[in-house]
Design a protein around this ligand. Structure first.
Ligand code: GDP
Length: 350
C-alpha cells in the first residue's frame, strides 16, 4: 500500500537531486565560457567593427546608416560552450514618408512575425529619391537585395588580408553563406563568426532584420523578420533579477544541450527563451534549488509545443516560432526530447 508510493517518491527525489548536481556540474564544465575567453572574442569582434566603420564612412559616405554595433549572446552573457559568434547590426535609415511596413498576417503569405516594407509616394518622389530604392523589388524593399549590397562591399571590395595582418587576425568572408558572415581566426585554435545583420527600426519601435524566411524562399523573398530578441532577453533577465532566479542558467543549459546534440541543433535561442517565458507565467519557483525541476519542465513544455506544432512568441502571441520547421523536423525534435524525458542525464553525456 502506502509504503510503496513513499519509496518511489524517495527514489524520485534522489534522482532529482542527482540530476540537479549533474546539471550544475555540466554548467560549470561545459556550458559557461571563461571570462577571459569571452573578453578576447569580444575584442576581436570590436576590432573588426571599428575597421568596417572606417571603411564604410570613407568609401560610401552617403549611404544612410546609423552607427553599426555588435550584439548577440556574447554581449548578454548568454553564449554557451565556446565564444564563437556575434552579430554586427547594421541599422539602415529609411525616410518615414517613403516607406511603410505591412504585417505578414495582412499579406497573401499570412505569416505573423514577418513584414513587408513598401515604397510609398512613388508618384511624387520617383525612384532614386531614396538611397534604398536601389534595393526595391516589385515595389518592396528587398532584404535579399540589401544583403547583396553589403555582400559586394564586404566580400568584394575590402582588403581583408591587409586588415587582418594589421590586426593580427586571419579574416575571410564565408562563402557560400546565406547571411553574410566573416570568419575571424583570432588565435591558432580560436575562430569567431561575425554575421552582418542589416536592421530596420520602424516608427513604432518594431525591429526588422534582413534574415530570410527559411522555407519557400522564393515566395517569401521580400519578407523582413521581426526581431524580439532585445525584449525577450530583457524580460528573462528582469525576472531573474527580481527573485535571484535560475531562468538564464536554465536557458544556457538548454542552449548547450541543443548545440552539442546534433538531433537538437534546429532549436534556437529564441524558441528556448520563449518556452521559458511562457513557463514563467504559470510557474513561480525559479530558485537555484529548483533548477532540475524547471529543466525537466522545460523539456516537457517543448515536447508539448512540438506535439502541437506551434510555439507562440511570449511577446506576440500571433507569432508561431516553429513556423520555419518542416513537419519532419518537428517530429524528430519531439521524438528526441520525448525520449530524453526518461533519461535527461543522457543529454549531458555529449
Ligand atoms: P545564440 O546565437 O544561440 O547564442 O543566440 P543569440 O541570442 O545570440 O541569437 C542570435 C540569433 O538571433 C542570430 O541567428 C540572429 O540572426 C538572431 N537575431 C534576431 N534578432 C536579433 C537581434 O536583435 N540581435 C542579434 N544579435 N541577433 C538577432
Amino acid at each position: 500500500g502506502g509504503s510503496g508510493a513513499t519509496q518511489s517518491d524517495r527514489q524520485r527525489a534522489r534522482m532529482r537531486l542527482s540530476l540537479q548536481e549533474h546539471l550544475w556540474e555540466f554548467y560549470q564544465n561545459n556550458v559557461n565560457i571563461p571570462t577571459e575567453e569571452q573578453a578576447v572574442a569580444r575584442r576581436a569582434a570590436l576590432d573588426i567593427c571599428a575597421e568596417l566603420r572606417v571603411f564604410l564612412h570613407a568609401k560610401l559616405p552617403d549611404m544612410p546608416l546609423r552607427e553599426m554595433y555588435l550584439s548577440g549572446s556574447l554581449y548578454d552573457d548568454l553564449q554557451v560552450v565556446t565564444a564563437d559568434h556575434a552579430q554586427l547590426m547594421v541599422p539602415l535609415i529609411l525616410e518615414k514618408n517613403l516607406w511603410s511596413s505591412i504585417p505578414g498576417e495582412d499579406t497573401i503569405m499570412n505569416v505573423p512575425g514577418f513584414w513587408l516594407v513598401r515604397r510609398e509616394n512613388l508618384e511624387y518622389f520617383p525612384r532614386n529619391s531614396s538611397y534604398w530604392d536601389r534595393c526595391m523589388v516589385g515595389g518592396y524593399l528587398s532584404p535579399k537585395s540589401v544583403l547583396e549590397v553589403f555582400d559586394k562591399l564586404v566580400a568584394g571590395s575590402i582588403n581583408w588580408p591587409a586588415i587582418g595582418s594589421v590586426l593580427d587576425y586571419i579574416i575571410r568572408p564565408v562563402v557560400p553563406s546565406e547571411t553574410l558572415t566573416l570568419e575571424v581566426q583570432y588565435e591558432t585554435d580560436r575562430k569567431l563568426y561575425v554575421d552582418f545583420l542589416p536592421l530596420l527600426v520602424m516608427e513604432d519601435g518594431t525591429s526588422l532584420i534582413a534574415k530570410p524566411h527559411r522555407l519557400a524562399a522564393e515566395r517569401h523573398e521580400n519578407l523582413w523578420r521581426q526581431s524580439f530578441r532585445v525584449a525577450e532577453t530583457a524580460r528573462l533577465r528582469a525576472l531573474d533579477q527580481e527573485d535571484g532566479g535560475c531562468r538564464c542558467a536554465c536557458l544556457k543549459l538548454a542552449k548547450a544541450v541543443c548545440k552539442l546534440n546534433p538531433a537538437l541543433n534546429r532549436l534556437n535561442a529564441s524558441q528556448l527563451t520563449n518556452t521559458i517565458l511562457l513557463l514563467c507565467e504559470k510557474e513561480g519557483d525559479w530558485t537555484q534549488e529548483a533548477l532540475a525541476d524547471r529543466f525537466l519542465q522545460l523539456l516537457r513544455a517543448l515536447v508539448g509545443h512540438l506535439e502541437a506544432g506551434r510555439l507562440q512568441c511570449a511577446l506576440s502571441p500571433k507569432v508561431n516560432l516553429f513556423c520555419e520547421l518542416t513537419e519532419q523536423e518537428v517530429d524528430e525534435l519531439g521524438y528526441t526530447l520525448y525520449c530524453a524525458l526518461s533519461d535527461p542525464e543522457g543529454l549531458l553525456r555529449t
